[in-house]
Design a binder for this molecule. Structure first.
Ligand code: GDP
Ligand code: MG
Length: 379
């Protein structure tokens, strides 16, 4: 078998050789230059970075020229069979410059568009809530994007499908608007623009559209493909139109998930609630979260003890696209971690201990700290 050398392995992992050396030292391996690694050791290094280790099979027919190599593949969730996929609600985040109306939009929907039959609006803040429009659900992340810019990436950027960028019509595009646009584009989110405060006499919608076009977002009425709505979060004008645009985009995006798959959910908030203990709000990505489901979340095991929806009600199950507060964590999870259903508690605990040990080793290595955030995102 051909040797596994540090520079090759590093290249496969997208790292520099010294990063791999650092991992090896933590694992108690001190290879001399050009000394090949044992496959078990290489596998451990791969695992640290969220890859699985396999060796390519030698193709006998092709003779000697094809060198057997180390392959590392990120563990992606399995593709689900088409016929099991069901539509799920879009997950929407609201971003924009300070004072342009993010909170007002979220409050408007929270108070007026709550799933029918629930008078009084949503008073429970679990980090996300659902509204219903024409019998279709939309999930809003309840924290305006700008407040959490720094860790937005962890905090729902991967969970979000659509970014609504708010621009106040009297103010126009401002620095944080641009930041929000760049962020959403980089994360490859579908952007819908909400031109807010259209009720003000000083509103200048045309100027906003020109500014958007100058920044690469040509609106549909000028031949571009950026959907927009002129709204007033204060008076309610255009607020239904915005929901309709969101639902239309969601349809185009064919947002679907398999409710029968292994449950998987992203953590958007985590806190300790007096009397309840450690809780976290998650948004279900696939499968169905149920009471009693054993799970792993980052380095911690757990078992779903209760599920509380955005109206503060206890529920038995949470379907894809649904935000729900989960009680049953062993420890406070990290925002951005993924909760994944496990076969049983024993396996969950074993994997938890394994990951905690891995983390303990990583903590000995300060220059790797920035990579730790990514450590558990590929479960
Ligand atoms: P945020 O900082 O983006 O969350 O903005 P807020 O929602 O807190 O709004 C900032 C200010 O603009 C508040 O005083 C709101 O009452 C006001 N505001 C928000 N939306 C509208 C609107 O549609 N029209 C008018 N006239 N004022 C608005
Ligand atoms: Mg606000």
């Amino acid at each position: 078998k051909p040797p596994i050398l540090v520079p090759d392995l590093a290249a496969r992992l997208g790292l520099k050789p010294f990063n791999v050396m650092a991992d090896l030292i933590k694992l108690g391996v001190f290879p001399a230059p050009n000394q090949p690694l044992e496959p078990e050791v290489a596998a451990q290094v791969c695992e640290i970075h969220g890859f699985t280790f396999e060796r390519e099979k030698r193709d006998k027919d092709k003779g000697f020229h094809k060198v057997e190599e180390v392959i590392v593949e990120p563990e992606a969730p399995e593709a689900e069979p088409e016929n099991l996929l069901k539509e799920r609600p879009p997950i929407v985040t609201i971003m924009g410059h300070v004072d342009h109306g993010k909170t007002s939009i979220l409050d408007y929907y929270r108070n007026s568009k709550v799933v029918s039959g629930e008078a009084g609006g949503i008073t429970q803040h679990i980090g996300a809530y659902q509204v219903s429009h024409n019998d279709q659900l939309i999930t809003f992340l309840d924290t305006p994007g700008h407040a959490i810019f720094a860790d937005m990436r962890k905090r729902g950027a991967n969970i979000t499908d659509i970014a609504v960028i708010v621009v106040a019509a009297n103010d126009g595009i401002m620095p944080q608007t641009l930041e929000a646009i760049k962020f959403a584009q980089k994360a490859q989110k579908t952007i819908i623009v909400a031109i807010n405060k259209c009720d003000l006499p000083s509103a200048n919608v045309e100027r906003v559209k020109t500014q958007l076009a100058e920044n690469g977002l040509q609106t549909t009425d000028y031949g571009g493909d950026t959907e927009f709505a002129c709204i007033s979060a204060l008076k309610g004008d255009g607020m239904d139109v915005l929901l309709e645009l969101i639902l239309l985009q969601a349809e185009v995006m064919e947002l679907r998930a398999n409710p029968k798959a292994t449950a998987r959910a992203g953590v958007i908030e985590a806190r300790v609630v007096p009397g309840r203990g450690t809780t976290a709000t998650v948004i279900v990505e696939s499968g169905t979260l149920k009471i009693g489901t054993p799970f792993i979340c980052g380095p911690f095991a757990g078992k779903v003890r209760s599920l509380i929806n955005d109206l503060g009600k206890n529920v038995k199950v949470a379907l894809p696209g649904t935000p729900v507060e989960v009680i049953g964590f062993e420890e406070l999870p990290h925002v951005g971690d993924h909760l994944t259903e496990m076969k049983n508690e024993r396996e969950a605990k074993a994997l938890g201990s394994e990951r905690q040990e891995e983390l303990r080793l990583k903590r000995l290595k300060p220059q790797h700290r920035n990579r730790m955030e990514d450590l558990f995102t590929m479960v």
